[in-house]
Design a protein around this ligand. Structure first.
Ligand SMILES: [Zn+2]
Length: 423
């Protein structure tokens, strides 16, 4: 690929900052400004999936307008992006104008068989994937055999072709190099191994997709809004292997030099931030971390902290979410773990003070009142707030000072500092 280093290149460090109700862009950008003041550029990427737009009843253009306004007001000088998150051919069109970052979601196509001639052509083009592959920085070489490669090719080639179809559809509508392309394979059952990742990247290069970020599925559970669940040491080993594979694939297949990993559902995964930071530094690699839902929870915390009508609305939202537990959880079944027995009764919550509500919701593992079940239910409960419509957004405006303080502090202290700034 020779034409893929022209156009916009995503910064080395970037943070996906979802903003479901398009009210916190400035508070989110303020966190990036604080990092900039420390000498580290973390580019904001306002990501919002089609699913979130449908749930909230919003248009991608509102995300763009909020991002542009925040950048203007705070005088942000670096790159910033509006991510059409998890789109496919059916949903991409309304994002084409407002977005300059596209996350091509091909997880559903994994395992669909590619045509036999396609698999055979790929294996012929890539004899290097039929044996042992030495990868600089990896203690053990990637062990492939012709059989293993054929198996992985038939598992992933159709999905990569699918990514190619979506990419070309976008490229037909937007000037080349005007947007960042990510390929995501995270919303699937099986994590990809380093050898599968290498093969996937070879196939992506063949499809001539100028990919800048890739979101594989990692080992362990990435539940929404709570900490990582899994073997941290194993995660660190696999994460480092993925970085080594990417560095190797960039050279071998002439992929864009800034290609990096994207961690989805990355908010609040506190126990793996140090391993991520260590690995990224060791390989001098970049990283993109998506933290979409966490800002909406900070809105609730800000409402609760404000007391009075704000607290009353935060309680009203919890009570409605409690009543619709199954309906709200269903679309997120693979990425939440709610113990319904451990949810407080709405009648009890209605008696809570601001401090009690905030303590149950804020992700402070040291606080004995923190309740991850309460937090996860509210995480998927943004549909309730969307139904409140203007009543909700008017309350956001009324409680803006406590909300924006929490939004900025959460992104900066709990995410940017441990991921990008700590030594
Ligand atoms: Zn995702």
């Amino acid at each position: 690929m020779s034409d893929n280093n022209s156009g916009i290149a995503l910064e080395k460090y970037s943070l996906g900052v979802g903003d479901r109700f398009a009210h916190q862009a400035k508070a989110q950008l303020a966190a990036c400004c604080k990092a900039e003041a420390q000498g580290v550029t973390v580019a904001p990427v306002w990501n919002k999936s089609n699913r979130e737009h449908v749930t909230v009843g919003s248009e991608p253009s509102s995300t763009r307008a909020a991002a542009d306004a925040a950048v203007r007001e705070l005088g942000w000088k670096h790159g910033y992006y509006v991510d059409a998150d998890h789109i496919n051919l059916k949903t991409v069109d309304r994002f084409l104008g407002p977005s300059n970052f596209f996350t091509l979601d091909v997880a559903e196509s994994i395992g669909k068989p590619a045509e036999r001639s396609v698999v055979e052509g790929f294996l012929k083009r890539h004899p290097e994937l039929g044996g042992r592959v030495e990868i600089p920085g990896l203690e053990e070489p990637v062990e492939l055999t012709p059989e293993k490669s054929a198996l992985a090719a038939s598992k992933y080639l159709f999905a990569v072709q699918d990514a190619g179809r979506i990419y070309r559809h976008i490229a037909a509508a937007k000037p080349a190099g005007d947007f960042v392309t990510e390929v995501s394979m995270d919303e699937t059952d099986c994590p990809q191994t380093p050898s599968e990742l290498l093969l996937i990247l070879a196939a992506i290069a063949d499809e001539r997709i100028p990919i800048q970020t890739i979101a594989p599925k990692f080992t362990g559970r990435f539940n929404k809004g709570v900490d990582y669940v899994g073997d941290v040491a194993q995660f660190e080993r696999e994460f480092a292997s993925d970085l080594a594979v990417i560095a190797c694939a960039i050279q071998r297949y002439s992929l864009p030099g800034n290609l990096k990993l994207s961690v989805h559902s990355g908010s609040d995964k506190f126990s793996i931030y140090a391993p991520i930071r260590r690995s990224v530094r060791r390989f001098d690699a970049g990283i993109h971390v998506k933290t979409a839902g966490t800002t909406w929870l900070e809105e609730l915390i800000g409402l609760a902290e404000a007391g009075g009508d704000g607290l009353a609305m935060a309680k009203e939202i919890y009570a409605a979410a409690f009543d619709h537990l199954d309906e709200l959880s269903a679309p997120y079944a693979a990425v939440i773990d709610i113990d319904a027995q451990a949810l407080p009764a709405p009648a009890a919550v209605n008696r809570w003070s601001s401090e009690q509500y905030v303590a149950a919701l804020r992700h402070d593992r040291k606080n004995p009142l923190f309740n991850p079940n309460f937090r996860q239910l509210l995480h998927v409960g943004y549909k309730i707030a969307a139904k409140l419509g203007d009543r909700y957004t008017a309350m956001l405006d009324a409680c803006q000072s406590s909300i924006s303080r929490n939004v900025t502090e959460n992104l900066y202290e709990r995410h940017i500092v441990p991921l990008f700034l700590s030594v």
